[in-house]
Ligand binder design. Sequence first.
Ligand SMILES: Cc1cc2nc3c(=O)[nH]c(=O)nc-3n(C[C@H](O)[C@H](O)[C@H](O)COP(=O)(O)OP(=O)(O)OC[C@H]3O[C@@H](n4cnc5c(N)ncnc54)[C@H](O)[C@@H]3O)c2cc1C
Length: 456
Amino acid sequence: MSRAETYDIVVAGAGPAGATFAYFVSKLGLRVALLDMRRWDDLWGKPCGDAISHHTFTDIGLEPPRGDEVRQHVNGILIYSPNEKTVFRVDGKGYIIDRTKLGQRLVKGAADKGVEVMLETRILGPIVEDGRVAGVKARSSRGELLELRARLVVEATGASGAIKSRLPPEWAVAERLEPYDMNVAYRERRELNYEIENPDYIRIYLNQSIAPGGYWWFFPEGRSEVNAGLGVQAGKGYPSPRNIFYETLATRPELKPTTRVLSAAGAPLPTRRPATTMVGPGIITIGDAGFTVNPVHGGGMSYSMKAARYAANAVEEAVEAGDWSVKALWSLNTEYMRNVGAKQAALDVFRIFLQQLSDDELNYGMEKRLIREQDTYEASASGQLRISAWDKLVRIIMGLGRPTLLLKLKTVADYMKRVRSLYLEYPASPEDLPRWRARVAELYSSYFKDLGIEHP
Ligand SMILES: Cc1cc2nc3c(=O)[nH]c(=O)nc-3n(C[C@H](O)[C@H](O)[C@H](O)COP(=O)(O)OP(=O)(O)OC[C@H]3O[C@@H](n4cnc5c(N)ncnc54)[C@H](O)[C@@H]3O)c2cc1C
C-alpha cells in the first residue's frame, strides 16, 4: 500500500521546532504537511527538564503558557557550586511547562489553519533528486508507504536528524555532530512525600563527579512533584546518566523521599555552536537538528522556537519573491546568527572551558566570584563574559596562588569575544560560506591549542 502527495512544505517532526514553524507558516495559505511518529497524547513527549523562559514567547510573538500548560511558574534559578557552599541566584521569569499541552495548542492552531497533521507516521528519510531534497518517505501507522514531495522539507526531527543524517555527508547542511559536542541526559518526574521549599526557584547543581561535563537539576513542579535529572558529556566513556542517577541522586535527601516515579526517560542533545548552515537545497534544519541548543545550560526549546520563527519569516519572503532557492531562504541563517547564534557560539567556547574544570576549580571560581551572579545572566543572554574587577582580582589571585585559572578565564573571555564577532560576520550569501567556515575552524583550533586540549 503506498500513496504519493505533493505539498509546498513537508515539516518532519512536530516537536517545539516543527510545531512552532507549522503554526507560524500556516497563515501563508500554502499546502503544508506536519509529520510526527508520536501520538496526540504524547506530543512533545521527548524527555525534557521542561523549563522555558517567559521572554521566549514575547520575543517570537506567541501567547505565553497558560492554564494547564503550566506546571510551575518560575522566578529564577539557583546555581550550586560542587561543594554546595556557594549558591548563585539568577532571577528571571519562566515556566516548567506541560510540553504535551503546549505542543497540542500549537499543532491544533496549525491544523485549524489548514496544515495537514499526520501523527503516528514514521519518517524513513529524504527523497533526494537532482542534487536537492525533493520530499520525504514515511510510513503511516496503518503501514501505508508515503512519498511526500515538496518544494521545501523542514528537518525538525531533533537530535536524531532523521532526514539530515541520510543526506550526502559532503553537503554543508548535513554537518554531523561529534559525540563530545553532545550530552546524554536522563530525567525522572517524581512525586515526593515532603513539601518543596520555594518551588518557584529551579535548581542547578554543578558537580563534575556526579555529572561530568554537564550538571544535575532539581526543577520543582508545585510543592510535591519534581523533574530531576542530569546531563553527561557524550564520547568520553562516562557511565550512563541513568546509572549515575540511581547511584548518586536517587539516594539524596531531596529525592529519596519519593512516593511515585511518574515518568523516566533519557535522550541525547547537541551542546555545540549552531550548525554551519541551516539552509540547504530543498531543505532547512531547525531545532536540535540545527544544533540550536544553548551549549552551557542545554536549554533548547526556546532556541528551537526562535529558529522556527526565523524559518517561517524566511519562507514568507521566499513566497513573496517566488523563489525557494538556498539564496532566497538564506535569511534564516543570517537572522538566527545575528539574534541567537553568535551568542550560542560564544557560549560554546565557555562550555568547552567549563567541561575542563575540576570541582575544586569550580568551587574556587564561584566562591571568589570570579564571575558574579549578574554576569552569569549577562553571559547567558549575550555571550559576553565579564570577569569581575580584573585588575584587582589579578593581584588577589596571584597572592592566593591560582594564577592559571584566572589567566585561562581571561583567555576564554577573549575567545568568546572573537568567536561572537566572527558569527556576527556570518556571510550574507551562500557563496561566502566555505571561506567563513574555514575561519571558524582556524579560530577553534587556536582556542584548543591555547587551552592545551585536542578537542572538547
Ligand atoms: C533530559 C533532557 C532535559 C532537557 N531539559 C530542557 C529544559 O529544561 N529546557 C529546555 O528548553 N530544553 C531542554 N532540553 C532540550 C530540549 O528538550 C530540546 O532542545 C527540544 O525539545 C528540541 O526541540 P526539537 O523540536 O528540535 O526536537 P524534539 O523535541 O526532539 O522533537 C522532534 C520531534 O521529531 C519527531 N521525530 C524524530 N524522528 C522521527 C521520525 N523518524 N519520524 C517521525 N517523527 C520523528 C519526534 O517524535 C519529536 O516529536 C532537554 C533535553 C533532554 C534530553
